[in-house]
Design a protein around this ligand. Sequence first.
Ligand SMILES: Nc1ncnc2c1ncn2[C@@H]1O[C@H](COP(=O)(O)OP(=O)(O)OP(=O)(O)O)[C@@H](O)[C@H]1O
Length: 329
Amino acid sequence: MNDRRLRDPGSAPGEAAADRPGSTGPAVEISGLVKRFGDRTAVDRLDLTLRRGEILALLGPNGAGKTTTVEICEGFTTPDAGTVRVLGLDPVADNDALRRRIGVMLQGGGAYPGARAEEMLRLVAAYAADPIDPDFLLEALGLTEVRRTSYRRLSGGQQQRLALACAVVNRPELVFLDEPTAGLDAHARLVVWELIDRLRADGASVLLTTHLMDEAEELADHVAIIDHGRVVADGTPADLTSTGAENELRFTAPRGLDLSMLVLALPEDYHCTEATPGSYLVIGPMTPQVLATVTAWCAKINVLATDLRVETRSLEDVFLDLTGRALRP
Ligand SMILES: Nc1ncnc2c1ncn2[C@@H]1O[C@H](COP(=O)(O)OP(=O)(O)OP(=O)(O)O)[C@@H](O)[C@H]1O
């Protein structure tokens, strides 16, 4: 079986979350968080929990308050009200203790844009008690060929992957990733997804922000949709997309079928139509019994229905329904 854990040769399994203070309980717990910039309220009584070992994706329109929330968790920004606990600690008061245990993906080359990719990663690794082997990370993120290239000469996507490598090389218990794949090509995105998946397999918790619905659906155990500084929906991707969604059954069959017997067989308030020639639609709350009624009717009239499917909403539908379709400034 494919070992998905983020383990380089020589490292022992499960070291990341070893018996350290605060290594039980939620990885992040936010309650009643408020942050104002002048008269603008960026975060407005926000509550959020990231459970240990899970990936939580924050989705939200531009300016919703995602980055501000993440920066408060990282200890870079102080809140105006509310409580934030990261690995059980206060991100500002306990910042020194937390730094060693969390990973933060920073944009830009920091103080050493002239340094080579490998040098930068080894420099960060040198500060860690139990780093992941930099060679392993360079390989996992497709950076081996550019290891001797200076940071400033790396492409944007390579710089981004190097920033991710630097964020995780200290084998963090918790990683903050603010739009980790923004601007990456499809191949590089998959490489990053694979690494994030391995982080989770290794027991790390991940808080990520993204504008990519497929990224949230692919990676996240839990999704929180944020709007105007508050959580407007929270659950697993499946929870969010299934709620109230299964109201349509579609199938393909020969054109011009007489639907009157099907209408009689279904509960009241269900509607059946031939939406386009040969394409049929049953509208109403979908249940296993309704599905069985439709297939039994097909069997009775000796018709093979193909492409039979219950329509579900995508995460994008849920997102747009909750946050509206107007462009945000
Ligand atoms: N340092 C700051 N000074 C003033 N206003 C700020 C500051 N940082 C954020 N804001 C404002 O706070 C609000 C939330 O911004 P934030 O960056 O957290 O949103 P976001 O959800 O991350 O957006 P995006 O998806 O565009 O990155 C915005 O209205 C933004 O203009």
